[in-house]
Design a protein around this ligand. Sequence first.
Ligand SMILES: NC(=O)c1ccc[n+]([C@@H]2O[C@H](COP(=O)([O-])OP(=O)(O)OC[C@H]3O[C@@H](n4cnc5c(N)ncnc54)[C@H](O)[C@@H]3O)[C@@H](O)[C@H]2O)c1
Length: 421
Amino acid sequence: MNEDLSRRNFVVAAGAALAATPAVAANDKIQIGWIGTGARGMHVMNMMYKGVPEGVVVTATCDTYAGNLAKGKDQIQTLGKNTPKTYVDYKELLADKSIDAVFITTPEHLHREMTLAALAAGKHIYVEKPLAHTIEEGAELVQAAKKSGKVVQVGTQNRSNSLYIKAKEMVAKGMIGEVHYVRAFWYRNSLPDNPAWRYNIPKDTDESNTDWKRFLGDAPKRAFDKQRYHQWRLYWDYSGGISTDLLVHQTDITNFVCGKVEPLSCMASGGIYRWTDNDDREVPDTLSAIYEYPDRFHINYSCYFGNVQFGYGEQFMGNEGTIEVLNRQQLKFTTEKFAGKAPAHIAARKDEVVDLPGNDVNAVQGHVRNFIEAIQGKAKLIAPIEVGQQAAVSGHMATLSLRNNKKVLWDTKTQKYRFVS
Ligand SMILES: NC(=O)c1ccc[n+]([C@@H]2O[C@H](COP(=O)([O-])OP(=O)(O)OC[C@H]3O[C@@H](n4cnc5c(N)ncnc54)[C@H](O)[C@@H]3O)[C@@H](O)[C@H]2O)c1
């Protein structure tokens, strides 16, 4: 058997069996194809080179905007010291049999078709959150991934953040007592002339260097629009807005820390409160969502793009104490004081603050490393596709509730939602 064939067999076996496979030979690199080198793709790739310097080689990259395709190629040359093949059509990249795994870091509405095609082509996949654009699409991906036996990691990197891992251990140890209530929030602000999510549109963007048809994918057909292309988060055809861009991270990590899976119901409210003049944005800049879970558990979620005083975080509010993880870089543990008369077993616990500035960078590196090690059979995946779907379900429920002005109920057994009439 030649070396390439034996390496590929190893990788395939690792995908099917996960942890039990023997370690890969030191010089066996996982061959990577990268799909989407926009803001997130470039960052995650950079983190991959830092986090798994010896384990990977990016042999191909794909993007439908020529400027970002060139940036991706350049970064691979600089950090990987090799020249990748470049593609505008991701299907051509997937046809390369030497590629073991792909990263899908494209807009939300493309995750379904790309993940299905990558599974059909026999690739392992790291797909950014949210898993897909609707609940039904995500369910389809979970089924396809199960059948394929491939390793699929979803980009909810908070699960690889040491502070959330510590929070999970503390909750499991009973440090905050019973936990029935979590507050989660993400606040941002910018000046009136710098509207949220109106990211920079490269000056040269036009139809000659931007494959609009491939960007649209299965989304409704419409004429070329560079705002929609580069600022896709603002439009329902491509994004769930706050629900699937930000909230899913926070319901996901609440599930992780508190051992929860899916909510029973969601009631959301909000709207576009800022940038209402000459702006065709469709997704809200203001969102509150209330979740009920089985076993008497509640998430109170809040997001607003007009005040950043309270930043970003989750507050796990136990009956005997609170764990706050703030801005992904600080953990604060505070015991309940009961007007200064805490029972001795609670008073004995020491309040604590752990500061790890910039810890999200370590989390992304750890998340990618976990993906590569899972392919190699050395680690168990921390955010497998089912978990990515569970996080996405709560995000989509918030969008459904908001857009239909109704409470949404979720049935875990049938994996279906319905509105309260
Ligand atoms: N995990 C996190 O913390 C995190 C943070 C930011 C973004 N994200 C996720 O990453 C994904 C990408 O977001 P982004 O901010 O990088 O968006 P972006 O617009 O900056 O990048 C998307 C890239 O995909 C390219 N693209 C579009 N259609 C394509 C196609 N058919 N084939 C190949 N390339 C195509 C675009 O040209 C662009 O380069 C989204 O799912 C987003 O939710 C995750």
